[in-house]
Design a protein around this ligand. Structure first.
Ligand SMILES: Cc1cc2nc3c(=O)[nH]c(=O)nc-3n(C[C@H](O)[C@H](O)[C@H](O)COP(=O)(O)O)c2cc1C
Length: 388
């Protein structure tokens, strides 16, 4: 068993164990990948204030996200094709989240279906919906999420059109992978992954295949997105989704204060400051830099969560100290899943928890709910001093 001390250890193992097509799918951003890189590097620009001789005994990282008790303020973000990173990946990740006491969010573009995850877990999970044109399909998705007892939906609003990731096009990304000389040669070197895939029937988009009509090639993410996603989305449509769902709604993909206000007006109960992990608009600010202005705009009205770029418990602590009520991880748990299945996701969560807990103690705090900006040194102009 390899010694895992940081998320980067999991990424390295993941890279060796999973076909290149799926590793590249996760480990890339759109176009030049500037936003993908800055999502992580901007966290490094924020420093902590070390405190000493403060009682650090009996610490707690427990808090709530959307009224739900969590063992730490970290949820698993919706990640499409998780079941291609590892056989039955969504079920394994959801189980690890359940054991750790953090929320799991299932993507519309998952391999395991809503029903698969519900049947194999006991903790409630959140369901992420993309904003699709087909009303009947949307209604059915909401009904299925209700039947699975999902307590909240996450509506992703930053993917009306798909950002271009060069590697996905070059690799011919699909689920299941198309059998070409190149892909077969690569998969033959990923024995454990291949055996897992042979042992499961879950190899297609489980929420879509058999549920959506008129999709010509549901194995292709690009074809499906182009056909089914709604480029004409507006806030009225999001209000309709809130009505159709009639329950707690988290709006994901907010980067500007104006949009945060619009999301609140559309009925959001929480918003996620997110640039989709740098996968959509390259050249957008990192999420952590976008956070303060959004908190100023709506922080007293809804819970503000954050994702994009979190690779350590210190990143989580910085986001919480800046004012986010919760965070999400995408790649950090995907690395763990691809590296070591369910156990790898658990290791990722353990690593983050330990880093957050110890760093909180070094900053002189014992309770994550009491942490605030005073533990940070944020450089002047960090969030930008922009021309209007
Ligand atoms: C491989 C991959 C697939 C993703 N698929 C989805 C998805 O289906 N739905 C969605 O709302 N966001 C999706 N995202 C974005 C994540 O929910 C999250 O915003 C992002 O991963 C956060 O950045 P991080 O990976 O740096 O933690 C995906 C991200 C990755 C890396």
């Amino acid at each position: 068993m390899p010694v895992i001390t940081e998320i980067e250890d999991l990424r390295r193992i993941y890279k060796r164990r999973v076909p290149k097509m799926f590793y590249d799918y996760a480990e890339s951003g759109s176009w030049s990948e500037q936003t993908f890189r800055e999502n992580t590097s901007d966290f490094d620009k924020i420093y902590f204030r070390q405190r000493v001789a403060v009682d650090m005994d009996n610490r707690s990282t427990r808090t709530t996200m959307l009224g739900q008790d969590v063992s730490m303020p970290v949820a698993l973000a919706p990640v499409g094709l998780t079941g291609m990173q590892c056989a039955d990946g969504e079920i394994k990740a959801a189980k690890a989240a359940e054991e750790f006491g953090v929320p799991f969010t299932l993507s519309t573009m998952s391999i395991c279906s809503i029903e698969d995850v519900a049947e194999n877990t006991t903790a409630p999970f959140w369901f992420q919906v993309y904003t699709l044109k087909d009303d009947d399909f949307m209604r059915r998705l909401f009904d299925r999420a209700r039947a699975a007892k999902c307590p909240a939906i996450v509506v992703t609003v930053d993917l009306q059109v798909l950002g271009q990731r060069h590697k996905d096009l070059k690799n011919g990304l699909s689920a299941p992978p198309k059998l070409t000389v190149k892909s077969v040669a690569d998969m033959m070197t990923k024995v454990q992954w291949g055996l897992g895939m042979l042992g499961t029937k879950r190899r297609f988009f489980g929420n879509i295949v058999g549920h959506a009509e008129g999709v010509e090639d549901p194995s292709s993410l690009h074809t499906w997105t182009a056909q089914a996603f709604d480029p004409s989305l507006d806030w009225d449509r999001i209000k309709q989704f809130k009505k159709m769902w009639n329950g707690p709604m988290i709006v994901k993909g907010i980067m500007e204060p104006e949009d945060a206000i619009a999301a609140v007006n559309a009925g959001a109960d929480a918003i996620i400051v997110s640039n989709h992990g740098g996968r959509q608009l390259d050249g957008a600010l990192s999420s952590i830099r976008a956070l303060p202005a959004i908190l100023d705009a709506v922080g007293d009205k809804v819970e503000v969560h954050l994702d994009s770029g979190i690779r350590s418990g210190q990143d989580v602590l910085k986001a919480i100290a800046m004012g986010a009520k919760g965070t999400y991880i995408g790649r950090a748990y995907t690395y763990g899943l691809g590296a070591m299945g369910q156990e790898g996701v658990t290791r990722a969560l353990e690593v983050l928890h330990k880093e957050m807990d110890i760093s909180m103690a070094f900053c002189g705090h014992r309770d994550i709910t009491k942490v605030d900006r005073k533990i940070l040194r944020i450089p002047k102009g960090f969030s930008g001093d922009w021309e209007d």
